[in-house]
Design a protein around this ligand. Sequence first.
Ligand SMILES: Cc1cc2nc3c(=O)[nH]c(=O)nc-3n(C[C@H](O)[C@H](O)[C@H](O)COP(=O)(O)OP(=O)(O)OC[C@H]3O[C@@H](n4cnc5c(N)ncnc54)[C@H](O)[C@@H]3O)c2cc1C
Length: 538
Amino acid sequence: MDTDVLIVGAGPTGLMLANQLGRRGIRAIIVDRHSGPAQQSRAMAVQARTLEIYSKLGIAERALELGRRGNGGNMWANGKLTARIPIGEIGKDMSPFPYILMLGQDDNERIMGGHLRNWGMAVQWNTELVAFRQEAGQVTATLKQPDGTTRTLTAAYVAGCDGGKSAVREISGITFPGAPYEHVFFVADTEATGPMVPEELNVYLWREGFHLLFPMRGKDRWRVIGILPKPLRERDDLTWEDVIPAVRREAGAELSFKSCDWFSTYRIHHRCAERFRDRRAFLLGDAAHVHSPAGGQGMNTGLQDAHNLAWKLALVVKGRADAALLDSYETERMPVAQRLLRTTDRAFMLLVSDSWFAGLFRTQIVARFVARAMTIQRVRQLAFRTISQIGIRYRSSPLSQTLAGVPEGAPRAGDRFPWLKLKLRANGPVEDLFQKLDDTRYNLIVLGQPAPSGNAPGLGDLLSTHVIPDDVHNAQELARVRISGPAFYLLRPDGHVGLCGTRLETDAVARYLSASSIRTQGTRDKVEGTLGPGAVAT
Ligand SMILES: Cc1cc2nc3c(=O)[nH]c(=O)nc-3n(C[C@H](O)[C@H](O)[C@H](O)COP(=O)(O)OP(=O)(O)OC[C@H]3O[C@@H](n4cnc5c(N)ncnc54)[C@H](O)[C@@H]3O)c2cc1C
């Protein structure tokens, strides 16, 4: 076999998957049909959950250096500022990154692409997947090389991170139901001055649609996105100068544009693949789902698809889990994509509907409703949880098991374990728990009871145990997220709770791991006896 995983596509999704596999010691080859990284910025918003993942990967600092922190969102209607969502203030206890980082997709790709060097990997550009077939135990792919010739490559798995027109999806015969929106989006990277709240996201709602201004790196640099007014939609020769009057009409005459580095228009689709997997082939990112960019979720969702699949693929390739573990990728990520499609679709229709009533609703009711809703603490928290993607959870997944006795309101299996600042040693300093979690292993958090003896759950080097000492500070911090001792949380490598309960019973952990297709010491000995160590069992 030439490699363990062939990653098709070096957009953000493929680069995240390559990094996550590389740092887990999995052999992966990443190819892209383009000649090099994309020059256009495209997606701009990096959400808190993505930054948490970047932090574990060791690239959050670089992203923060290059990006601009958006601490708030401001809503404008009829030329007036009608509501402010104080993102930073709401999220300060919920994530180490309580903001939306404004950082272009091109910068994200450059950071992740450069980071591949740490694992001895690099993108093979000008290399296109033209065909593949699945055989017992492997995939044989045909790649068109830079000189026009083809070569074949064998891999245990193929990951389709190849965008909306995915070849992996088409060759696998997976349909992509959905439709294009009739509206046309525009995007412009500009130098502008005006009434916008600096350093924050500004959303302008108008009778005929909306536009958003994102702060970018550099003085007076703003990304403007929106939908084209109806009379401009059919024009092929459109320039940014043609769009400016519509934007200024709504945002006020004080808004002025000095220059524009990039202007583009594009039609978008809302589609979700009927399956995210065909045996040894997986679909991730835009290859699996495309939707309106209005909520700044698209790129982030692809990155998190890759984060979800990577640890599972790594365990299976290393022979530490049965291939059945991979079924949970689609089970967990498809509902996330479907929900995102439903919500962005609804929000988008509200934002873009051409009807007179929708225009009135947008400028009169939405703006006031948001202003009123933001005064309610629970609504503010829900808004942050949703936009930042820290609220994504897999409670119905077969990998999620909440045992009896877990108090109402406490984190449950499937949830991203909350961000806590705890004393991790008796009389020690308060530390960031996320920094201590090892995302290449399972993490067992034990509260209000002693550590399990020896290597009780049978995970060996796959487990990192954290016994949280009893302490007044810890009790207060845990009470904030409704955790009371005794309790235990077994976190999966991606930080989601796999199993939780009150008294830690190692039998329950062993049963959970076996039901999750993880090979504990006992089962591993048996399987390796028949397959040989590290063999891929399917
Ligand atoms: C103009 C524009 C503006 C956008 N603005 C936003 C925004 O504001 N917010 C937002 O969230 N999203 C936005 N998006 C969408 C966002 O860019 C995508 O969600 C994101 O790029 C998805 O990443 P991906 O890695 O899954 O796919 P892609 O970025 O599409 O990457 C796929 C890669 O696969 C490669 N490839 C394709 N087929 C093959 C093959 N057969 N063999 C080898 N390589 C192949 C391609 O060359 C490409 O590099 C925008 C998109 C566009 C076009």
